[in-house]
Design a protein around this ligand. Sequence first.
Ligand SMILES: [Fe+2]
Ligand SMILES: [Fe+2]
Length: 466
Amino acid sequence: MIYSFYHITDVHYYSKRNFACDWRTFPQPNSQVCILKSEEAFKKALETVEADKDTSTVIITGDLTNHGESYSHEEVRNLLQKFTEGGGNPYVYTDNHDYPYFPIYGYGENGEKVPTEHLPEKEVKEMYRPYGRDKAFDTYEGDDTTYIAEILPGLYYIAMGYCAEDDEEYYNPYFTDELMNWVKGHIEKVKEKGGTVICSTHRPVIAPSPAYAIVGKGHCFPDGERRMKELADMGIRLFFSGHSHIQCMKEITSEKGNRIYSVQTSSIAAFPPKMRKITIDTDKATADIKTIDIELSGLGMSFTEYAKKGFLGIIEKIPYNMEHDVEAFANTDGGISVPKDLILKHPKTVMFLGRKLNGLTYAKVAKFSKKYHDLKENDLADKKDKKFVDLVLELVTNLYRGNASYSHDTVEYKITMGTFRKIEKLLSVLRIDSKKLLNGYSLEEFIEPLLYKNGPDDDNATVDIK
Ligand SMILES: [Fe+2]
Ligand SMILES: [Fe+2]
């Protein structure tokens, strides 16, 4: 059998009706989500499925709206309805951004943030039932998200809900033993019928990288690896999620030697704006996973560049602003955690640090860590004057984009790893344990995945699902 379907996630739809001002003249906000283009991105994603002759089936794994605005939900529901009437076969659930637990705002006549209407969680869940849960042949009593549906003849999809050990600081999602048993029971029944099962949940069960395990602490499942291995032993080979807005594929093998792939797809409306098409061939026991970039016209640049500008543009300006515009640096909204007053009180110190940071060339960094890598002066060649800060910014980009490609023999890999090895050594002299600061990871383990991706390609891969 051949099964094809799409994975779309983190739509973050923001209705244009939330603007009392002219949204066409509204500047692109510095934000992870492209609220001005999320409508276009969702329409483009649905059109991509509609244009595909192989399949009309799509799983959409939560965060349908920006912050749960009523207008946004209404329009997403209408688009799903139209998609369904045109023959589309969506399987949708909602998650944290769809409920009124974030600041919910529209924009007033002068572009100022103003309150806007939103819907309660219960109502939100009800309104999407026809596009997922109502098509299920069984639902789990323990939560109102979990269901199992036959999304194509012989292909079964388990949408998994989760609980949380929310301690105010960290959310800490988890699957209960009861839910795992319910899932296991269904997998066994499907296997008896000769069918195939795939699973999903909104949040990443395992962290896409050590860096995300720290910046996104509490967003992933603390015991996620154990749960993924249990699912692998039950016979699940593909597990889909979203939430982190990171493009990532991970392979996990259980102690019994069973493999499972965690397929984490970025948002269609944030950097990098992507969706996936999956084709399972049960005779060959392979799954072909293909990434599709969301492309929009009329931006003067690709949508990927546009999304990157809104999200990382503000971070990219930090080194320049530190040296040349302390006021702008102090106003880096959400990008830095140093208090604004402290920065403005010490402008000369900030400018000095900025100058030092921007003056760091590959040659200077290589010299600093020379005992910790095998590079000779000649190896740097035409790279010796390159700015190290640009490489650091690229590593931040790699956290989201995936497929970091500085292999072990590159200058970039050697000077970065060498530098972190030296810093680790300096910390140990000061009796500072980096593992305590980095969630159990050493500095090297933390930085390496941002330089070089080990394991399956984050965008496109054909994986063995025997
Ligand atoms: Fe999201
Ligand atoms: Fe989310």
